[in-house]
Design a protein around this ligand. Structure first.
Ligand code: HSE
Length: 442
């Protein structure tokens, strides 16, 4: 019988994801051997603190304070970077690539900011980087783009890619609770970070969008060109008004083709209740990809957490060990270091439908004045919903308008005028409405 080849692995970082990966490599070693035909041997675990490593039974003899031993070990072919951030993690990836080790990482911030440079370094050293765990945890969306959907010209990619925001929005919608209260509860139950800024500001979603859009469109995406808005200013009353109109609010990451250019944005959006993404609730993630051959696809699952992300990281280790990742890295034409920069649609030219919440005086002619401003900016009204005052006796009423598709620049101009009208009592709040992307015609 032929002997099973062994592939040596060094793991850097034994936190939530790292410890789940170490556990998987150790306790599922036989399962992985059976499935991959390779013996994956954890040979080095690099960290400062080994308390988690001890809990999961990692042999003390492989625990190291620095990466040096792993880099000098000819029997270690793969370095798994799971420290996060983009300072030490970047050095660790660079040293590994220069030492001729392929890298597996789940670090979205690192790849969103420095992907092109790191891919080029990997190429120069004849190795590769695999990063399925960087986007949507255990949901194999990168694998879909690089394998199953490779025959497609992607028209659009629309996703719920941050579990923290989706959990908060789901609970605001279900229980009518306000943003702060739901965030506090999510922090107490460990579903949200104690510092949730990167999540709720849309920054984490933008990192993931930069990575996914680059692969989907075969273009280099500069993180700074993504329009990013978070969920912090969403009010329960808008979620309720949207519900009356048949909409559900989600934080969406969107990359869609507009002619030769790509529109890249992360923002809260209303989607119709019957849209497949509307049923993605709680901490779950999903991405819809629209390809010119396949039409509409959707992948769904747990986008965060140790075990889910470890599932993707271990899959990457297998993929690198089998040589599949290296072959894709050498052959596919989608890598940011090889591609042209994306031509990005300027914000003012992005076209969308809108939900507007105008707070205005409850007197004759108000609706006519507002409709006049919208019409003058070429914005058509799709529906109008006027409510009685939210607080009895108040002179101001919420006027909810949905529009037909218009350029964002036109909307900004119209809102400036509407908010300057004497009848308008508060800054108008708007939420973009994202309709189902049309299936390509065959
Ligand atoms: N904090 C992220 C989320 C997971 O809530 O989805 C890691 O990107």
């Amino acid at each position: 019988m032929t002997e099973t080849p062994t592939v040596g692995v060094a793991l850097v970082g034994c936190g939530t994801v790292g410890s789940a990966v170490a556990r998987g490599l150790l306790s599922d070693r036989d399962l992985l051997r059976g499935r991959s035909g390779l013996d994956l041997e954890l040979r080095h675990l690099v960290d400062k603190d080994f308390s988690r490593a001890r809990q999961i039974g990692v042999d003390k003899a492989i625990c190291r304070k620095t990466l040096d031993e792993a880099l000098g070990d000819a029997d270690t072919q793969i370095v798994v970077e799971l420290v996060g951030g983009d300072t030490f993690a970047k050095q660790c990836v660079e040293h590994s690539l220069r030492a001729g080790k392929s890298v597996v990482t789940a670090n979205k911030a690192l790849l969103a900011k420095h992907g092109a440079e790191l891919f080029a370094l990997a190429r120069a050293n004849g190795v590769c980087i695999a990063f399925e765990g960087s986007c949507l945890g255990g949901v194999p969306v990168i694998g879909s783009l690089l394998n199953g959907l490779i025959a497609n010209n992607v028209e659009a990619l629309v996703g719920i890619v941050n579990g923290t925001c989706n959990y908060i929005l789901t609970n605001m919608s279900r229980h009518g609770a306000d943003y702060r209260a739901v965030l506090r509860e999510a922090q107490q139950t460990g579903l949200a970070e104690m510092d949730p800024t990167l999540d709720v500001s849309g920054g984490d979603s933008a990192h993931k969008l930069a990575i996914l859009a680059a692969l989907a469109f075969g273009r280099r995406v500069d993180l700074e060109t993504i329009t990013v808005e978070g969920i912090e200013s969403l009010q329960v009353e808008d979620i309720r008004f949207g519900d009356e109109l048949g909409y559900v609010v989600k934080l969406l990451a969107i990359a869609s083709r507009q002619g030769e250019a790509i529109s890249l944005r992360v923002h809260p959006a209303f989607i119709r209740r019957d849209h497949p993404l509307a049923r993605v609730d709680g901490p779950f993630n999903a991405v819809c990809i629209y390809g010119h051959v396949v039409g509409h696809t959707m992948t769904y699952g747990r986008g965060a957490g140790g075990p889910a992300t470890a599932s993707a990281v271990v899959a990457d280790i297998v993929d690198v060990a089998l040589g599949n990742a290296q072959r894709r890295f050498e052959h596919l034409g989608v890598w940011p270091d090889l591609c042209e920069p994306a031509k990005v649609v300027p914000n003012d030219d992005i076209r969308s439908r809108y939900y507007l919440h105008v707070t205005c005086a409850d007197s004759p002619d108000v609706l006519a004045q507002i409709a006049h401003v919208l019409g003058a900016h070429d914005i058509g009204i799709a529906s109008v919903l006027q409510h009685e005052p939210l607080t009895p006796g108040s002179q101001a009423v919420p006027l909810v308008i949905t529009t037909y598709e218009a350029a964002e620049g036109n909307l900004t101009g119209a809102l400036k005028e509407i908010d300057a009208l004497p009848v308008t009592k508060r800054r108008t709040f708007f939420i973009r409405i994202v309709d189902e992307h049309p299936e390509p015609q065959f």
